[in-house]
Design a protein around this ligand. Structure first.
Ligand SMILES: [Zn+2]
Length: 223
């Protein structure tokens, strides 16, 4: 885009930071201040994994504690805004750079009616952004969510495992595939455990997960 077009766009449709809503230049995904805050919220996935049951995936990556700037960013992402999502996809791709051999990225689906209602699925967009950063394809149609009446965040942990049974596989042939499964938030992990197991049942050789936020307290990374 040339400079004149950028200036015109800036007047007509100001670019705003998903985390604080301040105006930002067109070539920025978030404002400098929020980027600084987010980097201070980085977590180590191992901290989450330590306090949760055995999981079926091989490797996992999470970026931020689910609070403050990251929480606002996830909420903006659910509203269809994309700056925070793209910023997170870049960081996820960086931390996955050493995980060679991923065949494609897929995502935790939402029910058809919810997707229709929203007009998009945010985890799908996240998966597409990560795939683009990694230079590999994204692929949907592997998992499906059956409609249910309960919102998961209202459920206690034990019931989430049962509720996660609403996800089913489509019977795709995934033999030998190394898959990256993306979602926005990891709390108890019930959804990602279920979805990972389904991909493995369909023949996947290995599933890794990538999430933006995990529900753990802030602990600064050593690096
Ligand atoms: Zn900001």
């Amino acid at each position: 885009m040339n400079r004149a077009a950028m200036l015109l766009l800036d007047i007509l449709y100001p670019n705003r930071c998903d985390c604080c809503n301040d105006r930002i230049p067109y070539d920025m995904l978030l404002c400098e201040e929020c980027i600084g805050l987010l980097l201070g919220q980085r977590i180590d996935f191992a901290d989450w994994a330590q306090n949760h049951p055995a999981h079926p995936w091989t490797a996992g990556t999470a970026l931020f504690s689910y609070a403050d700037a990251a929480r606002t960013g996830v909420l903006a992402m659910k509203d269809g805004r994309r700056g925070f999502c793209r910023f997170s996809a870049k960081l996820l791709a960086e931390s996955l750079a050493e995980t060679a051999g991923i065949d494609f990225v897929t995502w935790v689906p939402v029910t058809r009616s919810r997707r229709r209602q929203q007009g998009f699925a945010h985890a799908e967009y996240l998966a597409e952004c990560i795939a683009e950063e990694l230079g590999i394809p994204s692929r949907g149609g592997l998992l499906q969510e059956q409609a249910g009446s309960v919102r998961q965040h209202d459920l206690p942990a034990a019931e989430r495992e049962i509720y996660a049974q609403r996800f089913t596989g489509t019977g795709a042939d995934l033999r030998g595939m190394h898959i990256l499964l993306a979602d926005d938030i990891l709390t108890t992990g019930a959804t990602l455990r279920r979805c990972t197991s389904l991909l493995l049942e369909m023949g996947a050789a290995r599933v890794d997960i990538a999430v933006i936020c995990a529900g753990v307290k802030v602990s600064l990374r050593d690096d």
